[in-house]
Design a protein around this ligand. Sequence first.
Ligand SMILES: [Zn+2]
Length: 236
Amino acid sequence: MTKWVWKLLFKPGCLWSRWVTQYILKGRDIWHAQSSISLSWYWNNVIKMKDLLLDISGGPEQALALLVRCTARQRFDVSQIYELIRPHSSAVSWAPLVYDKGCHPKHSFIGMLAMQDKLPSIERLISRGIMLINRCSLCLRQCESISHLFFTCEFSAQVWGIVAARLHLQGVIFYLHATVNILLTARRNSLHNAGLLASIYYIWKERNSRIFQGIASSPEDLSSKIVCMVTRRLGV
Ligand SMILES: [Zn+2]
């Protein structure tokens, strides 16, 4: 989106810039343009990025200087502007685990959501005001929360227990964060990291398959699938 702001300022002669200047900006400059419900979603987002540039730089001249810094050989460098405008925060302790190259990206993504308690568990949906009966679809006994699903639930504990034993992971604890801490403090082991994230992914998938499709697997089948997937991916 910022690239379009850049294009208007650095390529004023191109057909798109001339059209926008005449029909949308009506001759005014981009820095004073306002968003409006009568304008397209796309254009309103360009305006949002223009406002963000003004906020982080302090004014039109400074924003222009910032865009000059992001220009190389008459081209806009998206990575530079992204680095300037993206929110910066300190790295989370579990980052080395989810960024381990041995982990499947899909598993890392679901793992990241689980660590942050962002997966839409029944507990989370109820906290948003959605009326549901809170019962874990895996053990059918306790309430479903992320801490229960990974791994205090007896079904998940069975799955994780088999996976951990087959991957020779010592000191297994049936709590997600405690297990993550063990893996982070131990010497890096891609097989163990991939095993944990694959377990989280497949337990979540199993939960969804039971709720939405009525299909259930046994802990033995699920853990075999996890071990097979991880060892094949890592070639061990
Ligand atoms: Zn359960």
